[in-house]
Write a protein that binds this ligand. Structure first.
Ligand SMILES: C=C(O[C@@H]1C=C(C(=O)O)C=C[C@H]1O)C(=O)O
Length: 356
């Protein structure tokens, strides 16, 4: 076909696509009206997960699954933005990994509000100033994000989804590498790049700051003093820095898991994860007995963390992730059994155990 004709055909397809996208948005809006009337959650992660899986199975065309996901993420984002100005609070400032995780889950059309700390993300959602919040929970190299774990103890909020993000940290600066004397970054990132720093900048001063965006800003402001920062591309772009070296983390597969928090947890999808916390009576064998509840009902425990209780010295809160949904019979029975051995049990979310 001649070029002009092909382009004409593309223009026609675009018109059809646009009409179809608007027809789809009309339908999603109708769903939104029903949800509002019935007091249901606007965002339905279980439906989105099912849709993305169905599209991958249905797709026999030229476009790879990754592209289909990216396109549909934005289609769903545009639809969500039509409902009540859907707002997501995240651990800011702009350009952090949490910001990138939030965009990965909710796309570019909705409204975002950057918060200065973890507690404010929880508060914005609890006070209904934002519909959902996004916070980091664990990194595959550095482990748990204890601030987030601690906040679940007293919060009424629930986890409704998770986002996994591959974290690629780089060295960024506006000065040549030889002039670098100070490295700024978030403590988690220093932890993820510990060996690289020892190998390449054993003499540098390491200064911990509240975010990688803040680190990038300081690298820009204090360039004359030999400042550089460790962080992601978005932070470098925001402050006009050059990436002097990419992917400097010690492990190639450095991934952070983030949580989406909201007022309600998510319905079962058949591939779910449940997060609980508990504390046991201060008696010999009580932790073993508590954990036997999962073994007895054959419920797989995918992680356990402990944090000091805020109430009393030398008492601990245990955080456990289980395979399954809290409405699955085996999980529900294991939780009943667990209660018998604990002074506190709290379920704070069942959500799709997505790999991305
Ligand atoms: C349309 C719905 O609501 C939202 C919009 C979706 C979409 O655009 O496909 C999917 C799930 C929800 O986040 C729904 O729940 O069906």
């Amino acid at each position: 076909m001649p070029l002009d004709n092909i382009r004409k055909r593309i223009d026609e397809i675009d018109q059809q696509l646009l009409d179809l996208l608007n027809a789809r948005a009309d339908m999603v809006h109708e769903v939104g009206e029903i949800k509002k009337k019935e007091g249901l959650q606007i965002y339905a992660p279980e439906r989105e997960t099912a849709l993305l899986q169905r599209l991958a199975a249905m797709n026999h065309g030229r476009l790879p699954e990754k592209s289909i996901r990216a396109i549909y993420r934005e289609i769903m984002s545009a639809a969500l933005a039509l409902e009540d100005n859907l707002t997501v609070a995240y651990l800011g400032p702009e350009g952090t990994w949490t910001h990138q995780a939030a965009i990965k889950k909710f796309g570019h059309s909705i409204q975002y509000t950057a918060q200065p700390n973890f507690a404010d993300v929880f508060n914005q959602v609890a006070r209904r100033k934002a519909h959902y919040g996004v916070v980091p929970i664990e990194n595959s190299t550095e482990g748990a994000v204890s601030h987030t774990l601690d906040l679940f103890v007293d919060s009424p909020l629930q986890i409704c989804a998770q986002v996994l993000l591959r974290i690629e940290n780089g060295l960024m600066a506006s000065i040549p590498r030889e002039e670098i004397k100070t490295l700024y970054s978030h403590p988690q990132v220093f932890g993820q790049c510990r060996n690289w720093i020892l190998r390449h900048f054993p003499e540098a001063d390491l200064v911990e700051v509240s975010s990688t965006t803040k680190a990038a800003q300081l690298a820009a402001d204090k360039a004359a003093d030999g400042a550089a920062a460790l962080g992601g591309n978005l932070a470098a772009e925001l402050h006009g820095l050059t990436m002097l070296e990419e992917s400097i983390q010690d492990r190639a597969t450095n991934t952070t898991r983030f949580l989406v928090i909201g007022e309600k947890t998510c319905p079962a999808t058949g591939n779910d994860r449940t997060s609980i916390l508990f504390s046991v009576h201060d008696r010999p064998g009580s932790l073993v007995k508590a954990l036997q509840a999962f073994d007895k009902l054959n419920v797989n425990m995918s992680k356990i963390e402990s944090r000091p209780s805020k109430q009393r010295d030398w008492e601990y809160i245990f955080y456990v992730d289980l395979a399954g949904h809290c409405t699955d019979q085996d999980v529900a029975e294991a939780l009943d059994e667990l209660e018998k051995h604990c002074s506190l049990v709290k379920m704070f979310g069942s959500y799709p155990d997505t790999e991305e």
